[in-house]
Design a protein around this ligand. Sequence first.
Ligand SMILES: [Zn+2]
Ligand SMILES: [Zn+2]
Length: 375
Amino acid sequence: MNKNPYEVLGVARDASDADIKKAYHKLVMKYHPDKNPGDKTAEEKFKEVNNAFDILKDPQKRAAYDRFGDAAFAGGNGASAGAGNPFGGGFSGFAGGAGMDDILREAMRGFGFDGFGGFGGRGSAAAQQRGRDLLDTVTISLRDAYFGTTHTIKFSSNVACDKCNGNGTDDGKPAPVCPRCGGSGYVQARQGFFAVETPCPECNGTGHKISKKCSKCDGAGVIHKQRTIDVKIPAGVQDGARLRLAGQGEAGMFGAPAGDFYIDIHVKPDDKFERIGNDLVVRVDVPFTTLALGGEIDVRTIDDTELSVKVPAGTQIGARLRVRGKGMPNPQRSGSFGDLYIEIAMTVPTKLSEKQKKALEEFAGTKPSKKSGWF
Ligand SMILES: [Zn+2]
Ligand SMILES: [Zn+2]
């Protein structure tokens, strides 16, 4: 699994090419094997930095990462790996597996191509007929992100027809392979010097020849249906994370694999807690006497428990007191938590009794006189 290339280079998501280059050069100098002979950690970092730069320097790879995160570069389940790749070997070496295929499919959709039809893919018909991927966005609160939550999504999509088992046939058995194209869905035609592949007219590019169609789906093998899925959102999920539910997208045609369901997570900013990675920052007003003399304050944590925190005498405004393990759960390591930082703000008393006023004046070492001030 690749590390987040933005984090590896320490740049923002919207960093310019120049900034990325700069960050890369700095890190590559720092971790260069020549400078760190025999240092395994540096060597590992050096590789990470190079991998990250490899992704971010290339606009296409960067866009792919932004869209799909790790799925773009992970091996994936290989269900239809590479098969329907309309760009031939153009991306080879970049990534194999279903992840890349998804990106290509996404790109095709963007151009108005939708699996079927005259796009010059060379894969088997089954690869072309893999179900479409679906994408939805779920917005949750920071508290939900802390505990993890289950979100129910209602939507409608193609599912395999239950009458014909997704085969589109009257008897529910797999449809015979199209005799004209041999199941590829394409036939070759000559145009001058070139041999051009066009969708098979016999089977409309499906690769299957159905003599008697299923009455429920009219031979499509899929029907449109209302669906509900419960999405488990893991504790500690970061804003912008993309979850992938393999096989939960639209049903494939003629028994081809279903697409995947992607869920983009948006974690709403909290009005009390600021999140920095897995750490949390909370601002707490403390009476200035407590800051000066030291004492204890009560702080409410994100999981709504009250915490008694010691404030050392002489604590300054803006200081951050760290409480270990009271931040967000680390989604990468279960049972591990970030820290909570209590940022000290100060309250100034507005109503003082005569006695308190006197005490403060004494502390300040001055006695206000009628002559001071503007008048
Ligand atoms: Zn055919
Ligand atoms: Zn059917």
